[in-house]
Design a protein. Structure first.
Length: 224
């Protein structure tokens, strides 16, 4: 029994020695861990104090090598859910949702930028045919950019009252998108509906060659 206690003590010391600091919670797990390189690792719980009239809040999530990673949840000091954010490389990535006491109020869409490689391959959709997609390599400026559809919801009902579409930080004008789509569609229709020019039969060409510029009276059945 004595040797078992020493083994457990040694194991606990070895595990905790890799952390410069940490905090124990009720079930014995450790959170808010800082490694020997002063980097935050694993599960963390932060308390953000109120500033310039903005209320304070609590946030919980995962750190990887000092940067936020994955899903983070934001709560009021009373424990009510305020938001769900997603991170990659320490920057917002994917969908983020924000709430009030009545429910979902806003949904954002972000694209994180890899600080080690600001170039990324993105899908560029055809404005007319959404099934056509081109992949392009683009350099993205910044750490995280608005990318995708942003939705704003009516309090209580959950109905969408406004939406905005962004492409790599730039908001797309829906009127321009519709104009481009209409122009492209009309151009396509004109090409398909225009009757093709048929070649004249050989007999007709020989007849016109013989007649030359002489005026030929055509009987169409209306006069005799």
């Amino acid at each position: 029994m004595k040797w078992l206690f020493i083994l457990l003590l040694f194991t606990s010391f070895t595990v905790n020695a890799q952390w410069k600091s940490y905090r124990l919670i009720n079930n014995g797990d450790t959170i808010n861990r800082i490694d020997q390189k002063d980097l935050r690792q694993g599960r963390w719980s932060n308390k953000v104090e109120s500033i310039r009239g903005e209320p304070g809040y609590d946030e919980e999530g995962i750190y990887k090598d000092g940067k936020k990673e994955g899903v983070w949840r934001i709560y009021t000091r009373m424990g009510d859910l305020l938001g769900i954010e997603r991170y990659r490389w320490g920057n917002k990535d994917g969908k983020s949702q924000y709430y009030d006491i009545s429910g979902l109020t806003r949904e954002e869409s972000w694209k994180a930028v890899n600080p080690d490689n600001p170039f990324d391959t993105v899908d560029v959709f055809d404005p007319v045919d959404p099934n056509k997609v081109q992949r392009q390599v683009i350099k993205i400026e910044g750490t995280s950019v608005k990318h995708g559809i942003w939705k704003y919801f009516a309090s209580g009902s959950g109905a969408v009252i406004r939406s905005e579409t962004y492409f790599l930080g730039k908001m797309e004008d829906p009127r321009k998108i519709m104009a481009d789509a209409t122009a492209s569609s009309e151009s396509s229709d004109s090409k398909t509906t225009k009757p093709p020019v048929k070649a004249k039969p050989k007999e007709v060409m020989e007849f016109e060659k013989k007649v030359g510029k002489k005026k030929v009276k055509v009987i169409d059945g209306t006069t005799l």
